[in-house]
Design a protein around this ligand. Structure first.
Ligand code: PEP
Ligand code: MG
Length: 759
């Protein structure tokens, strides 16, 4: 058997193309086992279906066209269970599907084994026989061993694009391998526009090249910056003239002569004449000289490389300062960068942003959360090309699959323009849901709230008919400032939000800083900030900050009665008791001062695993529970939510996370307390089906997702959702759970929520 296996694998490796290789496998296996049919199905991850790719024994005409959803048929079952299924009579199995075109009606015996590489399912290998019998152990062992060996070959073929397009086309018909960059799909949607590179200031290595037309204007602009740098250095030299010895003073003269128009200046101008902009031209010249200096043996000359870099940074700072006003955002800007920040998004003029592509970060970085709140299609952790290569080019971003296309063909552009139009149409169609309840066809209603803070404009939330604010991240209004806001400032701000939504509830979260959210005037520097001084830990240590905020909230709520208060990062009951004590104190103080307000409902965020296991002790102390799934997932799975390197391990559908959520809902309900979820998971149409089934009473999400989520709720009966929850709780692999749920969304006609276009 070993010899036979070796021979098959060798033949497969030697095959010129993939189709041929697969044909060899099915023929050889059929001969070796002396059976009547052998077939290979490959998983198309884009569409969530198995595609029949080769057969010897079934109808060869069906190859490439027969597709089976991952939750269907015996093939689907093999993939889901990730283990062999060996049946005497396949046709009597409840999962058997009859497809006339496949021609398997006369086959009885069935043995299917999964093809798995590095924990990822690639496909399913099936053998069938006419008579009713069970394949014996040696046949099963042969197939398992062969499939394990084939998995490596197949994975390699996939990487080198040997797969035929039958498995690599998305349902919209757009071949995946045309994409120039691939990354994490973070905000769904299609964006078509022009790339604009953003990069850290005064970092000369990060400057991209950019083509310019008006050479003379660019030279004049550069000379102006050069002049300003000379002035700086002269001023510095004069300032230090009395304290520095003359030999050190000479350094400034050396700097000035390097900056001479005839020296470095002339070289940069020559580069500008090649139609590169001043910043790019400066980078080229500085890098060239630095490289030369660094290669020299002489220590003194090597040091000059540092001087040159410093000079380059100084000139660049002036160029960037002066070009602030000149920064041109294309009408349809696609913001690209190695690390696009939330500030970069905020800086872009209103209405011009159509997509974001960042080489770093992940789906739960605050920049992605902001982009989601603004409805801007986003791909994070994008790789395949340097980001600078997108600058100034026409770019298409597919935020559903994480694909980025540079300088697309006419055909591709037409295809995506159509998909983008269909999306607009889908949003317009969904507007009719605005005033309808988020109620399942069998009568279960769930309240849909919005998250606010990153976006402060209440109008979008109100225009989609939100039931209220489920999470107001107060710390965001603390960020763009130079000191903590005083009580009155906070009262005014909170009052505006409470009024805008009254009588709908507004859940205000107390200051949640630390981790990746720092205040410029209150820096927290730690080795492990996510496991350090964050959220409630900071405010309990600073009662002066906490009490001021609580008092401001309570005073803002006077006469409105729609305020609720939420406590972040609670990891045990003593923290909670301590925080409740401060709330009582602030409440008594403001009442004594004559403020007329009822004690607001108080809630706790469940985002630390320890709180999951103390859910009942926590729930009995407060009025409601809200799950912060963004943090809960990172702490449960030990995956930093901002780290793109481990981003594929961050999965809301991880079975452990699902079990924790069920535990939270059950615990809170046992204490008769309502439970909500306000992390990004509530904006994920696939996850929402499960949240509904688990019994969450409300969900809070970004305003852009609300109508889409309402569409899901209105199209899934509670009993259907419960059946799906029951099914996925048996699956051990998050990727399979997602495919299973996506297939269910597709079946319900909601495919438009998981890929570009309307369906
Ligand atoms: C969460 O952790 O799920 C949450 C909503 O809070 P944030 O994203 O602000 O940490
Ligand atoms: Mg959180």
């Amino acid at each position: 058997m070993l010899k036979l296996l070796k021979r098959i694998v060798q033949e497969v490796n030697a095959a010129k193309d993939w189709d041929k290789a697969l044909r060899i496998v099915v023929q050889r296996v059929k001969e070796a086992i002396e059976t009547q049919a052998c077939t290979i199905y490959m998983l198309d991850t884009t569409s969530g279906e198995y595609v029949m790719m080769a057969t010897d024994g079934l109808n060869a005409g069906a190859v490439g066209s027969i597709r089976v959803a991952v939750n269907q048929g015996l093939v689907g079952l093999v993939g889901q269970r990730e283990e062999p299924i060996n049946l005497e009579d396949a046709q009597s199995h409840p999962n058997f599907i009859y497809e006339a075109v496949v021609g398997e009606d006369q086959f009885k015996a069935f043995l299917g084994v999964p093809i798995i590489h590095h924990r990822q399912i690639l496909g399913v290998l099936v053998i069938q026989q006419l008579e009713q019998r069970r394949f014996d152990e040696s046949e099963e062992a042969f197939l398992i061993t062969l499939s394990a060996q084939l998995a490596g070959v197949m994975a390699h073929a996939k990487v080198t694009n040997m797969f035929s397009t039958a498995t690599s086309e998305t349902k919209s018909g757009i071949p995946e391998d045309l994409a120039t960059l691939g990354g994490l799909p973070c905000v769904p949607g299609v964006g078509i526009g022009t790339g604009l590179m953003v990069y850290p200031k005064a970092d000369i290595a990060a400057v991209p090249d950019r083509k310019i037309d008006d050479v003379d204007a660019e030279i004049a602009f550069f000379e102006d910056a050069l002049g300003s740098t000379r002035e700086d250095i002269q001023a510095l030299s004069e300032k230090l003239s009395e304290t520095l010895p003359p030999e050190e003073q000479a350094l400034f003269d050396a700097y000035l002569s390097i900056l001479d128009r005839a020296s470095l200046g002339e070289e940069v101008i020559n580069e500008i004449r090649q139609h590169n902009w001043a910043q790019g031209a400066l980078r080229i010249v500085i890098e060239r000289h630095v490289k030369n200096f660094v290669q020299m043996e002489d220590d003194y000359l090597q040091e000059r490389a540092t001087d040159l870099k410093d000079l380059g940074r100084r000139v660049l700072a002036h160029l960037q300062e002066k070009s602030k006003e000149r920064k041109q955002y294309p009408k349809k800007t696609i913001l690209v960068g190695d690390e696009v920040s939330a500030a970069d998004l905020a800086e872009a003029p209103e209405g011009c942003l159509v997509a974001v592509v960042s080489a770093k970060g992940s789906s739960n970085s605050h920049v992605a959360i902001l982009a989601r709140a603004l409805g801007i299609p986003t791909v994070m952790a994008a790789n395949g090309q340097p980001m600078a290569s997108l600058d100034g080019k026409e770019v298409i971003v597919d935020g559903y699959y994480g694909h980025v296309y540079i300088s697309p063909s006419k055909k591709l552009r037409k295809e995506f323009t159509l998909l983008a139009k269909e999306e607009e149409q889908l949003d317009a169609d969904l507007a009719v849901l605005r005033d309808l309840p988020a109620k399942t066809p069998d009568g279960r209603e769930i309240a849909l709230y919005v998250n606010m803070g990153l976006v402060l404009d209440a109008s979008v939330a109100l225009s989609v008919g939100a039931a209220g604010v489920g999470l107001y991240r107060t710390e965001v209004s603390f960020m763009n400032r130079e000191s903590f806001p005083v009580e009155e400032e906070q009262r005014v701000l909170y009052g505006q939000l409470l009024k805008a939504f009254s009588p709908r509830p507004v859940i205000m979260r107390t200051l949640d800083i630390g981790g990746d959210k720092s205040l410029p005037y209150f820096p927290i520097e730690e080795e492990n900030p996510f496991l350090g001084w964050r959220g409630i830990r900071v405010t309990l240590d600073h009662p002066e900050v906490f009490l001021v905020q609580l008092r401001a909230m309570l005073r803002a709520g006077e006469n409105l009665d729609n305020l609720q208060i939420l406590l972040p990062m609670i990891s045990g009951v003593s923290e909670l008791d301590h925080a409740l004590h401060f709330i009582d104190r602030a409440y008594n103080e403001v009442c004594d001062e004559g403020v007329d307000i009822e004690m607001p409902a108080i809630g706790v965020m469940i985002e630390v695993p320890s709180a999951v296991y103390q859910i009942e002790a926590i729930a009995k102390r407060v009025d409601f529970i809200s799950v912060g799934s963004n943090d809960l997932i990172q702490y449960m799975l030990a995956v930093d939510r901002n780290n793109s390197r481990v981003a594929d391990l961050y999965d809301a559908l991880h079975p452990a996370v699902l079990q924790a959520l069920v535990h939270i809902v059950e615990g809170a309900h046992r204490q008769s307390k309502p439970v909500s979820i306000c992390g990004e998971m509530a904006s994920d149409p696939v996850a929402v089906i499960l949240l509904l089934a688990m019994g969450f009473d409300s969900m809070s999400m970004n305003a852009r997702s609300l109508l889409r989520i309402k569409w899901v709720v209105r199209n899934f009966s509670l009993s259907q959702a419960r059946k799906l929850l029951h099914d996925v709780m048996q699956i051990e692999n998050p990727a399979m759970i997602r495919l299973h749920l996506e297939a269910a969304l597709d079946e319900a006609g909601l495919g438009g929520l998981i890929r570009a276009g309307k369906r």
